[in-house]
Design a protein around this ligand. Structure first.
Ligand code: GAP
Length: 451
């Protein structure tokens, strides 16, 4: 079982490389541990994921505004936030094999899990997770800056800058998607834990008496979002924290059943007034809000939803990855990414059956027409079967083939990724069919069977 799960991760990593989704960074120089580059299909997939989050969390909500803040911030921010003092992991090193571990993640402090040596660990020491750099030409103490380890702080600092021009009243939220950096001791599991990653965070500012109500509300909203992405919901768990971070009053992790074990995908936190009070104290600027409706002045409390783009993307890939018979009763397997069509990097593969008799010209015309609406891929290489397999692996929901009959009556075959059902439709219906399918898609249910 464990071997099969390891193989699934290795297969997904290999598929990502083969299909141009994700590659090892700086590969030609031997790679940099746990940093990755997104290829042509990877950027589309990631962009679709970000856009869906942004649409749901910002554009469809009158009570949430968007923001994009700088990665480099005033160093005092990280003193106020508690990161300078608290953002540390306890580190131990095996004196025999020199592998480093987070002490609180070791099953046994007596035996090294890599080389098996007993009593080989060094004393625990605290390791700081923030990347440090210097701003300006002089590398001195007063020029120290940090690469932000979370996007949340940029939101808190701009609470009033956003609230006033957008004329928001409490309760309201501010959302941001952006890069964050952590010098993790034990990065790994492909894009699950890396040193450079992207976060999608939203901070919702509320009256203190309503914090618990909004915390529950956001737990429900986030569950609905994962459902809307087509996740197999039996793979998601909501796990309440018993041990809370320094800033939190209540916290829940949304966890996903990855092949390497159940692990955090997103955190939802009731942060109380910790963040705004700390920035008020350290900056000397008031974060008090005057609530006209209540005729009351207070520091808003914060409910945070904080997820990783890359980590969510890995869960999407794992959830969509299927190996199944190429046809009923056949032993040969096909690999297919059964992605929700709205996430799929390509929506349609377009193939001329042969590279003559006017078929490439018609196929190119279809490509150029559809390109105005979706990402599509023109492929005239190899047998139709091979072309289908390539698009199955890329998660492309539809393939369109131009054949001899197209020239006679303007129809093409359209094949559905999930069921492999094929029907003939006229060229001018392709766009409408893809749009309907994307709207109505349900896992393991076909559309074309009923056509
Ligand atoms: N502002 C709160 C915060 O940053 P967190 O639990 O430390 O909370 C939130 O991080 C999310 O960011 C995680 O649930 C995860 O999805 C993502 N994340 C954190 N560290 C990561 C890493 N090293 N690599 C990839 N994603 C990471």
């Amino acid at each position: 079982m464990a071997q099969k799960k390891n193989r699934i991760m290795a297969d997904i990593v290999a598929l990502c490389k083969r299909r141009g989704i994700i590659f090892q960074s700086s590969e030609i120089y031997g790679g940099v541990a746990s940093t990755f580059d997104y290829g042509p299909l990877g950027v589309e997939l990631k962009r679709n994921l970000r856009d869906l989050w942004w649409r749901e969390m910002v554009q469809l909500r009158p009570d949430v505004e968007g923001i994009d803040t700088a990665i480099l911030m005033h160093p005092k921010v990280w003193v106020a936030s508690g990161h300078v003092d608290e953002f540390v992991d306890p580190l131990v090193e095996c004196k025999q094999c020199h592998r480093r571990f987070k002490a609180d993640e070791l099953k046994s402090t007596e035996q090294c899990p890599v080389c098996g040596t007993k009593d080989s660990f060094t004393e625990e020491r605290l390791f700081h997770l923030m990347f440090q750099t210097f701003v300006g030409p002089v590398q001195s103490e007063e020029n120290i800056a940090y690469l932000r380890p979370e996007t949340a702080q940029g939101i808190y600092l701009n609470f009033e800058n956003v609230r006033a021009p957008s004329r928001q009243k409490i309760p309201f939220g501010i959302a941001q998607i952006g890069k964050a950096f952590r010098n993790e001791i034990t990065p790994g599991n492909f894009i699950f834990r890396t040193r450079e990653f992207e976060q999608m965070e939203m901070q919702f500012f509320v009256h203190p008496s309503e914090a618990e109500k909004w915390y529950e509300y956001w737990k429900d909203q986030r569950r609905l979002w994962y459902e809307s992405l087509g996740f197999r919901m039996e793979n998601l768990t909501f796990h309440d924290h018993e041990k809370l971070a320094h800033y939190a009053r209540a916290a829940v992790d949304i966890e996903y059943e990855f092949p390497f074990g159940r692990s955090e995908l997103e955190g939802i936190h009731n942060r109380g007034d910790f963040d705004l009070s700390r920035h008020q104290k350290y900056s000397g600027k008031s974060f008090e809000y005057f609530d006209q409706a209540r005729d009351e002045r207070y520091i808003p409390h914060v409910i945070e939803t904080s997820g990783g783009v890359d980590r969510c993307l890995l869960a999407i890939l794992v959830d969509a990855y299927v190996q199944e018979p190429e046809a009923a009763g056949k032993d040969k397997l096909r690999t297919v990414l059964k992605l929700h069509p709205k996430l799929a990097p390509l929506k349609v593969g377009i193939f001329p059956l042969v590279n003559r008799d006017g078929m490439p010209e018609i196929a190119r015309n279809i490509e150029m027409e559809l390109r105005r609406h979706f990402m599509v891929f023109y492929d005239d290489g190899g047998s139709i079967g091979r072309r289908y397999r390539r698009q199955d692996e890329a998660g492309t929901p539809f393939c369109v083939t131009v054949d001899g009959q197209t020239i006679e009556d303007g129809t093409v075959t359209i094949r559905e990724r999930d069921t492999m059902v094929q029907v003939r439709v006229s060229i001018d219906r392709i766009q409408e069919m893809v749009e309907k399918y994307t709207r109505d898609w349900q896992r393991d249910k076909g559309l074309l069977g009923g056509e």
